[in-house]
Design a protein around this ligand. Structure first.
Ligand code: THU
Length: 135
């Protein structure tokens, strides 16, 4: 478990290098682990007109969902000012919490990453209690 947490943390930090964030200069990377053991990564992708931008978490989650994945075991997230290592933790925004709640169990670990050795782990339901659901 410890090994997997470090692996996911590294994947989120690597994905963060790909962030396209010329407006906020805030780079985020995310890595989701699915039941098969595969890891899908994503970064934030901004847009000149603001609206079409996407967060790293949803980029990673939707990559996985669009490949047919439906069983999620964990997500790691790393974010901070572009061009340097994160100096704090980057909890997911409200929209990403709702998107995660659509596909992930309440007990799923959400791993916030400063560096592979410094992480904070929450359950999704701690970050997003009483999620709206139609299922
Ligand atoms: N962002 C994420 O990718 N994930 C988060 O959890 C918080 C915010 C992105 C959106 C935007 O591109 C930039 O960070 C600043 O808000």
């Amino acid at each position: 478990m410890e090994e997997m947490r470090i692996k996911l943390a590294r994947a989120a930090l690597d994905a963060r290098q790909k962030a396209y964030c010329p407006y906020s200069h805030f780079a985020v990377g995310a890595a989701v682990l699915v039941k098969s053991g595969k890891i899908y990564t994503g970064c934030n992708i901004e847009n000149a007109t603001q609206g079409p931008g996407v967060c790293a978490e949803r980029a990673a989650l939707y990559k996985a969902v669009s490949e047919g994945e439906r069983e999620f075991l964990a997500i790691a997230i790393a974010g901070g000012p572009e061009g340097r290592e994160p100096d704090g933790f980057c909890p997911p925004c409200g929209v990403c919490r709702q998107a995660l709640a659509e596909f992930c169990a309440g007990e799923m670990p959400v791993i916030l990453v400063k560096n592979p050795e410094e992480t904070q782990v929450y359950r999704l339901e701690e970050l997003f209690p009483l999620a709206f659901s139609m299922r």
